[in-house]
Design a protein around this ligand. Sequence first.
Ligand SMILES: C[S@@+](CC[C@H](N)C(=O)[O-])C[C@H]1O[C@@H](n2cnc3c(N)ncnc32)[C@H](O)[C@@H]1O
Ligand SMILES: [Zn+2]
Length: 600
Amino acid sequence: MGDGEGGGEKHQKSNDRIISTDPNDYTIIKEGEAEILMHAKNQVFYNKTQVNNRDLSIAVLRTFISKRKEEHEAMSSKRAKVPPEVSEEASAGHVEEEATDDPVSNSEKSNGECEVLVEPPEDEPHASPEEAVKLTEGKGRGQLKPPRVLEALAASGLRSIRYAREVEGIGQVVAVDNDKVSVEACKRNIRFNGSVACSKVESHLADARVFMLTHQKEFDVVDLDPYGSPSVFLDSAVQTVVDGGMLMCTATDMAVLCGGNGEVCYSKYGSYPLRGKYCHEMALRILLACIESHANRYKRYIVPVLSVQMDFYVRVFVRIFTSASAMKNTPLKLSYVYQCIGCDSFHLQCLGRTVTKNNSVRYLPGFGPAVPQECSDCGKKFNMGGPIWSAPIHDQEWVTSILANVKSMKDRYPAYDRISAVLTTISEELPDVPLFVSLHSLCGTLKCTSPSAVVFRSAVINAGYRISGTHVNPLGLKSDAPMDVIWDIMRCWVKNHPVKAQPPDQSGTVILSKEPTLQANFARAVSSLSKAQVKKVARFLPNPERHWGPKLRAGRQITSKHASLLGPHVVNGSNSHEERDEQEPKRQKTEDHTSPCQES
Ligand SMILES: C[S@@+](CC[C@H](N)C(=O)[O-])C[C@H]1O[C@@H](n2cnc3c(N)ncnc32)[C@H](O)[C@@H]1O
Ligand SMILES: [Zn+2]
């Protein structure tokens, strides 16, 4: 086990916390192929509910490795066809610096390994995954180096150890934490996990921001899993990832991201959230817009691969590339959201637009406003939120590969049921439709009975539009049908299912006072059943046990303040490992996924 266990001293002091060296004070926690030693007083952060988060990250990491290999092979065969002196790019007048065999161009010694890091030309570097591959190759040209992973906020090192032990083809994993007790625990856990962990994982005591700023473009994958908001780490994180590399980022401050405190969200993320049924998807899109804005500062941009809202947090997986010209497209991927305060209708307004003339593209500000002062459906005013990321939040090809990987290695994912259900739902989402409507909320506005999802889906499809579910809300429906079409369908529904008279100023009354311009056809449409219904498989699974939620910061004292959350038995009570599971602060996690949650 860890260092000093046999010694006479049973406790060492670190910061203001006592580190026990008595083996009896520890229990072993196993997750995947990693085993970590956990102190009975849980001095180092560990939350078993995050097994979903870690499993998903392992699945993405495995796919990242195989995709990068594919990209590398595609690049190699392209190279074989084109003599290097006269490359396609050069002949097209595109001048680009290539990774050379000469490490002098810019090499850096790190942990005894020689990294070939080529600083791309200032203005127009590599814009595609294939081109980024050039820069991640090793010294011998044509060789792809095993990826280096940085877990910037590592706590016990569980995640890093799982990456090292479970992901085939992984290179080095660097686990950083600024908490001395955590780093000592991490080092102990690395040793506890045997030779593979010892040879691949290293632990550092450092402020993650300083560490990342001093290791620019050195890591193929950077994993951020903070307490609450990742906002203070984003600027350095986007600089640490190599071109074509991946940033994995969690945010658990859902109350902030979902509109609990709009001004706090603005100060952290640069966007205004809106309280609405789609707030969890909006949270994902605010986080993506924020990462993009940090990336843009360094002539970089993101390509989201997978964006998940799960349990009590959001987690995004984005690749990062450098290209000053591709970066000009960023305003086309961002939108403000107008949400009616009366009927919840929403409309997006893109920040930018392009005009193409004679093969040249001009970038211009978006036209606005996208909505009149008063909602054309119910006459009420709009709140304006955003800017949000309004381009796709997943790459469906990646999602398919990740899901296929998970299914092919079922036994190696402790959270298989949950992550395969989430990935399946994501694979069925309309990729190009931001946000969604909720059938219950539409019916709530009109005070009418609800059509079944199949009937509503059919009417949308019969009107010539697309519709799908969403992984963030079992009742949510994504559709490219405009809001007036959605309301027309509902007006037609109410004609056959009349409602009681309501006060004239109610949004529902105003909406129903207009005649529909579209005659909805509710006949069952082929493909109106969701794929989940067709396959009769669950997409939204209940939590596996009580208190499936976020945890307090490590070392934080449980006080009477927490009694309402955790139950009075925890205050001043003993804190055995078994009890600890019961003590995770319970919040949110209701049947309705849309209520904003609290920060961990
Ligand atoms: C939520 S825990 C990480 C959990 C871990 N990733 C896992 O999967 O089990 C957050 C960790 O970030 C560390 N931390 C907070 N601020 C930091 C900073 N500025 N630099 C490095 N580590 C930091 C804390 O000490 C804590 O251990
Ligand atoms: Zn309205």
